[in-house]
Design a protein around this ligand. Structure first.
Ligand SMILES: Cc1ncc(COP(=O)(O)O)c(C=O)c1O
Length: 304
């Protein structure tokens, strides 16, 4: 129904169904990151993110599945009520530390100290940077691109555009590598939910280059080759719902029975809808929207 409204052939890749609690794009990155942790005999994994970080919550779930402990360092004050991802993290049994936004700039240094402390106690910690957006994490999205193109081939579809939310860049980087590796004409269109366009263009190109090296297929990708729109971050910025994002959530819920989230996929869909209405996608083109998950945040952020 949404396809008809937008004048494109819209497909939604349900990466909100990737497994591990409520699913999401982080499960795909963690598949590779946690394998590395296990290969290195880690017994505790440390990561960081915002108070409603999907990545942090899914890291706990993956760690539990593999018998590792998890330590989270989250940006912000400890809330009086644990909702959304925080509630899930509590259920998953994570050790959670809160760092005031003013001191968060030093978070990696703080985590180095925590790891030194753990080593002193005979533990073997494994560190995952914010969002799991390392070249290794991005390999998860090279695999996702392979899966997407296989499914598209089976359905006789030629994918023209792939649209996804950009928060730390790993998802887009993996998709950019995938498009080149599998020699497809699809353009990856990133919708920023945080930083401005140029920052992400550089970041994505950098992660993509390193990711391609890791899988032994050097590819050429420069910042100017990366498409990012930064007009849909919203009035209140990262982590806060936007008017357009909330309208997109309502539209997709009413047309398709699919729930998006207010921090990532709702804003990315707001971008897709606006771009379709502006005629950015050529008429009748096949657009795949990656639903990257994020559902738990709804219960904390969409209160009425
Ligand atoms: C639900 C959801 N969608 C999209 C993203 C963005 O992905 P990336 O960090 O790989 O840019 C994230 C994480 O930041 C996320 O949690």
């Amino acid at each position: 129904m949404l396809s008809k409204k937008l004048g494109i052939k819209l497909y939604i890749k349900r990466d909100d169904k990737t497994g591990l609690v409520t699913g999401g794009n982080k499960s795909r990155k963690l598949e590779f990151l946690m394998a590395d942790a296990v290969n290195k005999n880690a017994d505790v994994v440390l990561t960081t993110g915002s108070l409603q970080s999907n990545h942090a919550m899914l890291t706990c779930a993956a760690a539990n599945k593999l018998g590792l402990k998890s330590v989270l360092v989250l940006k912000g004050k400890e809330p009086t009520q644990f909702q959304g991802n925080l509630l899930l993290e509590r259920l998953l049994g994570a050790e959670i530390h809160f760092v005031d936004a003013k001191e968060y700039g030093e978070v990696y240094k703080l985590m180095e100290e925590m790891m030194a402390d753990l080593r002193g106690k005979g533990k073997n910690p494994y560190f995952i940077p914010v969002g799991g957006s390392t070249p290794l994490g991005a390999v998860g999205y090279v695999a996702a691109a392979e899966e997407l193109f296989k499914q598209a081939d089976e359905m006789g579809l030629k994918v023209d555009y792939i649209v996804n939310a950009v928060g730390s860049g790993g998802t887009s980087a993996g998709l950019e590598v995938g498009v080149r590796l599998f020699e497809r004409a699809a353009r990856v269109v990133g919708i920023s939910v945080d930083s401005e366009k140029q920052v992400f263009q550089e970041q994505i190109a950098e992660i993509a280059k390193e990711c391609a090296k890791l899988i032994g297929k050097p590819i050429s990708i420069e910042p100017e080759d990366v498409i990012v729109f930064d007009e849909y971050i919203g009035e209140a910025g990262y982590g806060k719902p936007s008017k357009a994002g909330n309208s997109a959530i309502e539209l997709v819920a009413s047309c398709e029975g699919i729930i998006l989230d207010p921090v990532y996929s709702g804003k990315a869909m707001a971008g897709l809808i606006d771009l379709a209405r502006q005629g950015y996608f050529h008429p009748g083109s096949t657009v795949v929207f990656f639903h990257t998950g994020g559902i738990p945040a709804i219960f904390d952020l969409l209160k009425d």
